[in-house]
Design a protein around this ligand. Structure first.
Ligand code: MEV
Length: 320
């Protein structure tokens, strides 16, 4: 029997990939960090009577409907159904589930995994059930696979654990403890980037020339390995150079755009240690590694170069 639901809230952060996107799908290591300033939140309010249905309200996408009216493939329906399955709850609780997010969609910042995990946390809490980070990541990975086709699992994993990590597909993540804070500017091109299309495009190029792409993936993986050491030491100049090299390899994979390249150049010319696209690319966001002295100047340069937004994120070791 479904337990009597309680009012509950769940939330989850956004994320950026510091090194290794795309290559991670093919088994190379990658490094990702949570961005706690960007969050998805879900709030569950029980219905007065247990005969009502589960209603879903997501103002950001103008959605206000009942679960039974959503196609099972809809990402919010899939997130709810996967969560109930994981918790072995036979029927959805009666009430209203409101979803909000400050993480821009299709921007490479983990919006879809964060929404799923926020929603899973709210539902689990409303039913007084524990949801481990491992279970939350598993739920989000099922939804990601449905939405994006092939997914390495890095987004659900970093968001569910809410800590910086070194990730290899199919292995347990290694949690990282950077010695110093990381200051990152996250700038949005304003051009949407579809993860599904970007991953499929890289797959098509890989299939046409596997050995060339394997070489690029191995080079990207080597950057993640090197970065893991430099992160532990807080060596910003070295990390910046690795980011620059990663961006060059992402260009070779065909997932950068003129706008992303322009923003990376503007960041470096105005004093960033390094810059690269983050996430799937083909639009979306880029990141620039800065310090207190350069942050304001780089932010202004990014906005002048056409970024729609450019936020300064000071990621203290304790929050990474
Ligand atoms: C998306 O944030 C990162 C990609 O590598 C896809 C994935 O790892 O599933 C492009």
């Amino acid at each position: 029997m479904t337990p009597r639901p309680q009012p509950a809230t769940g939330s989850a952060s956004g994320k950026v990939i510091l090194f290794g996107e795309h290559a991670v799908v093919y088994g190379a290591p990658a490094i990702a960090v949570p961005i706690n300033g960007l969050r998805a939140t879900a709030t569950f309010t029980p219905a007065a009577d247990s005969l009502s249905e589960l209603e879903i309200v997501a103002d950001g996408i103008a959605l206000n409907t009942r679960l039974s009216k959503l196609a099972t493939g809809h990402p919010l329906a899939a997130a709810i159904l996967e969560t109930l399955r994981s918790l072995t709850i036979p029927n959805p609780p009666a009430g209203k589930l409101q979803v909000q997010s400050t993480i821009p969609a299709a921007a490479g910042l983990g919006s879809s995994a964060a929404v799923t995990i926020a929603l899973a946390r709210a539902l689990a809490a409303s039913l007084s059930r524990e949801l481990t980070p491992h279970a939350a990541a598993h739920i989000a990975q099922s939804v990601e696979t449905l939405q994006h086709g092939t997914a390495s699992g890095i987004d659900p994993t970093v968001i569910a654990h809410n800590t910086a990590l070194y990730f290899k597909k199919g292995s347990d993540p290694i949690f990282l403890q950077p010695s110093k804070s990381l200051m990152l500017i996250v700038a949005d091109t304003g051009e949407p980037g579809s993860t599904r299309n970007a991953v499929a495009a890289v797959r098509a190029r890989y299939d046409a020339n596997p050995s060339h792409h394997q070489t690029i993936f191995a080079q990207i993986g080597a950057l993640s390995d090197a970065a893991r050491g430099w992160l532990a030491n807080g060596a910003q100049a070295e990390l910046g150079e690795l980011m620059h090299e990663n961006q060059r390899l992402l260009q070779l994979l065909g997932v950068s755009t003129t706008m992303l390249d322009n923003l990376c150049a503007a960041a470096r010319q105005s004093g960033a240690f390094g810059a690269k696209l983050t996430g799937a690319g083909t639009g979306g966001c880029m990141i620039a590694l800065v310090d207190r002295q350069t942050a304001g100047r780089v932010q202004a340069a990014l906005l002048a170069a056409g970024a729609k937004t450019a936020s300064i994120n000071d990621l203290a070791p304790a929050t990474l």
